[in-house]
Write a protein that binds this ligand. Structure first.
Ligand code: PLP
Length: 821
């Protein structure tokens, strides 16, 4: 079907026009970057028509709106995805070809808007895609960081961080909306005013610093339904112009301060994944975007509704982790101080409006702000939290008379800290985990006291991913094949239809096609690796892939120690047949996470030794892909044979990378952790490779002082050899100290953490044995093809469309909207 908005001749003309108007050039003269921009503005123009139509429809239907609050949105590139969702990708590709242009090359001109770290930010992006595609009114609310995630360079095997000035060429898809700007205030003191006549008390913030929050709207295009939702990310500007008269008034320093605050507040995304650093600027960022978003949401509500008490019928707020939890207190503040409501009314509204998603049980990720910092920065918000806490403590005492231990464990303000998770749970009407196992651990362990007190709030929403980006865009060959085999495109909006592929599992021809598509995608990745790493890899080898943030709990160290073990085996027994393998890694480490960076260096050192050893005939290759991000992730998932999901059981809340691999036909090699449990349930244990301790076993060890890795070191010679190679210079040109810290971390307790905190040696043998089974399975081409196909065919549950529909049914209760054009 020709999409009328992208009628070829008109489209070509529009591109030419844009090149002329934007750059005073002809198509022949323009650079690829300029052409990318010219094309993007044509696409944006078409999007804007639907954007306006959607907003009109929303005004007419007045649906309930979800505000998805998140510090991170890891969007990935927009151009290709927008064309896919407008069902115009192929037409535009052809039109460009007729102009002598290549759409893929133009797409490569677009920087990834890297406004996120990893899984949590990518989840937010998948959710926005699903909300628009399912026809629900939603705003994403976040920060327009000047510098998002850093660009990763590998130099001599070490990670280096480079600033990513993603906005340097402008951003064709965004729209600045100064008319919706809001003021956000920090610091100062609170003056209490009594109105003698009415007896009212008013709280006035004085001597504060403030910034102007200016929103940039970013269109979120639904799939083939003309719905365009909005991601609203906030920029900060000084509130008063830096003028001489403020100098004259003696406000010079204040003016400079506000200028500086505005400049620094949105300057950079904190590159920590699953880790709380407690930086004041981070709290400022949180309050900044939450306050601006809530003010804008209330303004919007009040424009069409006059009863503030009915707010929960028309809007709901989802807090993506505790990062935006200050929202509950800020909403209270707006209702009390700006709307003039009493406490009980305000609480009634707030506690029916806010909902919280928990993303981790890792203790180092729990946000606990020091009270002195918090109360200094947000004095009025802090007063409100004190009152929430006071009332909550009374409630605990009523329910558990005389049980002060409960109070100590559950209180919001305790030990000089503001415990953000406690605040979110107490004020929220829903608390959800992100995979079944994770939610069970929350209920039984981490949040047990809260679960016992308010079980009705707890629910599970297993994460998902969007098939529009991670199959249609990332793997067009497989997407077309799926459509052909299913005889319908409906899987694009209903991934459960993928189960229809199961009928091809005994069809030799179909299996051959499936595996030759995988091969094509491996050739594409091999080309990428050759271009970016200068390493030749054989697309006939097994592509064994671990791509995700670098974290000790994700156990990239286990993976690379196993590679070292295999290398020893191959050297020792060259006669034993070994199926060629390419181990592919991709991972950014937080800039301050020293041990994670050592692991990156180790991976690259092993790669150096192994890749350059002619004697092993290329049986083993190790590749570290620089700057892992959404755009290269799409290429990597499509080409993977094996999906490494090897976190210490109980530590990975869900994982979503695991789902992207499954969708693209890569069986999981993993532990029974996070959503792996549900993946195995869907695909069958015979089509996955599961190893290692269970979460119960891990938790048991942890509650009983850990285990002794020396027992394993002493009894298993292969493991001992590999561990010793960390300190014998094998991978460090004789330097015995380079990996001493990694060695120590495996064998000895140190600084508050137990020896081998993440059970790497404990799981090593089980992992190595299971890797052997992977090889055996791969040798049997027919068996492997079936397994791979069955993974794709069983991935239906893991669409973020399913996840979002569950949020809508159980938590948000949104109204479905259709836009007619
Ligand atoms: C999906 C995704 C993640 C999350 O991966 P996990 O394996 O679930 O940790 C991180 N980064 C990018 C770029 C992704 O696409």
């Amino acid at each position: 079907m020709i999409n009328p908005r992208f009628e070829k001749e008109a489209f070509k003309k529009d591109v030419e026009q844009n090149v002329k108007q934007l750059f005073r050039k002809t198509v022949d003269e323009a650079s690829q970057q300029e052409l990318y921009q010219a094309v993007s503005y044509v696409v944006k123009d078409a999007i804007i028509d639907d954007w306006i139509a959607t907003q009109k429809q929303y005004e007419k239907d007045d649906p309930k709106i979800v505000y998805y609050m998140s510090m991170e949105f890891l969007l990935g590139r927009a151009l290709g995805n927008n064309l896919i969702n407008m069902t115009a990708y192929k037409e535009v590709k052809e039109a460009l070809e007729e102009m002598g242009l290549n759409l893929n090359e133009l797409e490569d001109q677009e920087p990834d808007p890297a406004l996120g770290n990893g899984g949590l930010g990518r989840l937010a992006a998948c959710f926005l895609d699903s909300l628009a595609s399912l026809g629900y009114a939603a705003y994403g609310c976040g920060i327009r960081y000047r510098y998002g995630m850093f660009k990763q360079k590998i130099k001599d095997g070490y990670q280096e961080e480079r600033p990513d000035n993603w906005l340097k060429n402008g951003n064709p898809f965004e729209l600045r909306r100064p008319e919706y700007a809001k003021e956000v205030r920090f610091g100062g003191n609170i003056r209490v005013e009594y109105d003698d006549k009415t007896g009212d008390i008013r709280f006035k913030q004085e001597n504060y610093e403030s910034v102007l929050a200016v929103p940039y709207d970013y269109p979120i295009v639904g799939y083939d339904n003309h719905i365009v939702n909005t991601l609203r990310i906030w920029d900060a500007e000084p509130i008063v112009d830096f003028q001489l008269d403020s100098f004259d008034r003696g406000d010079y320093h204040k003016a400079v301060e506000q200028q500086n605050l505005a400049k620094t507040i949105v300057e950079v995304l904190y590159p920590n994944d699953n880790h709380y650093a407690g930086k004041e600027l981070r709290l400022k960022q949180q309050y900044f975007f939450v306050s601006a978003s809530l003010q804008a949401a209330l303004t919007k509500y009040k424009k069409h509704h006059d009863d503030i008490h009915k707010l929960p019928e028309k809007m709901t707020i989802q807090m993506n982790d505790t990062h935006p939890t200050v929202a509950v207190a800020e909403l209270m503040r707006l209702l009390l101080d700006e709307e003039g409501l009493g406490w009980d009314e305000a609480w009634e509204i707030t506690s029916k409006t806010c909902a919280y998603t928990n993303h981790t049980i890792m203790s180092e990720a729990l946000e606990k702000w020091p009270i002195d910092l918090f109360s200094r920065l947000l004095p009025r918000v802090y007063q409100i939290i004190q009152e929430i806490d006071r009332r909550f403590v009374a409630q605990i005492r009523e329910m558990y008379p005389g049980n002060e231990e409960k109070v100590a464990k559950m209180q919001i303000l305790r030990d000089g800290q503001v415990k953000m998770a406690h605040l979110a749970i107490v004020a929220g009407y829903s608390v959800n985990g992100v995979a079944r196992l994770h939610t069970e651990i929350l209920k039984k362990q981490e949040l047990r006291d809260f679960y016992e007190m308010m079980p009705q709030k707890f629910n599970n929403k297993t994460n998902g991913i969007t098939q529009r980006r991670f199959l249609m865009h990332g793997n067009p060959l497989l997407a077309d094949w799926v459509t052909d085999k299913l005889g319908t495109k409906d899987w694009i909006t209903d991934l459960s239809l993928m189960s229809g592929l199961k009928k091809w599992v005994d069809d030799e021809e179909a299996l051959k096609e499936f595996m030759s598509i995988k091969y094509e995608n491996k050739v594409r990745l091999a080309k990428y690796i050759k271009e970016h790493n200068g390493i030749e890899v054989d697309p006939r080898s097994i592509f064994d892939v671990q791509v995700k943030r670098l974290h000790e709990y994700k156990r990239q160290l286990l993976n690379i120690l196993h590679v070292m073990y295999l290398y020893n085996e191959i050297k020792e027994h060259p006669e034993i047949s070994f199926y060629p393998r390419t181990f592919i890694f991709g991972a950014k480490a937080s800039a301050g996470y020293i041990r994670a960076k050592q692991i990156i260096k180790l991976i690259n050192s092993v790669a150096d030794v192994v890749n350059n050893d002619r004697s092993i005939n290329g049986k083993l290759k190790v590749v570290f892909i620089e700057d892992y991000r959404v755009s290269n992730a799409e290429i990597i998932f499509a080409a993977a044979d094996v999906s490494e999901q090897i976190s210490t059981a109980s530590k990975e809340a869900s994982g979503t990378g695991n789902m992207k691999f499954m969708l693209n036909g890569a069986p999981t090699l993993g532990t029974m952790d996070g959503a792996n449990v549900e993946i195995v349930e869907e695909v069958g244990a015979e089509n996955a490779f599961i190893f290692g301790l269970s979460s119960d076993e891990v938790i048991n060890y942890e509650n009983n002082g850990g285990y002794n890795p020396m027992d394993i070191y002493n009894s298993d010679a292969d493991i001992r050899r590999v561990v010793n190679q960390l300190v014998d210079g094998t991978y460090s040109q004789g330097d015995k100290e380079m990996y001493r810290d990694l060695y120590n971390s495996l064998l000895t307790a140190q600084g508050g953490s137990k020896a081998d905190t993440y059970f790497i040696l404990k799981d090593f043998r089980s992992y190595a044995d299971t890797q052997k089974k992977v090889e055996e399975a791969y040798r049997d081409k027919d068996r492997w093809a079936k397994m791979a196909l069955l993974n794709t065919a069983s991935c239906g549950k893991f669409s973020s469309d399913r996840t979002i529909q569950e949020y809508v049914d159980d938590i948000w209760h949104l109204d479905k909207v259709t836009v007619e054009v």
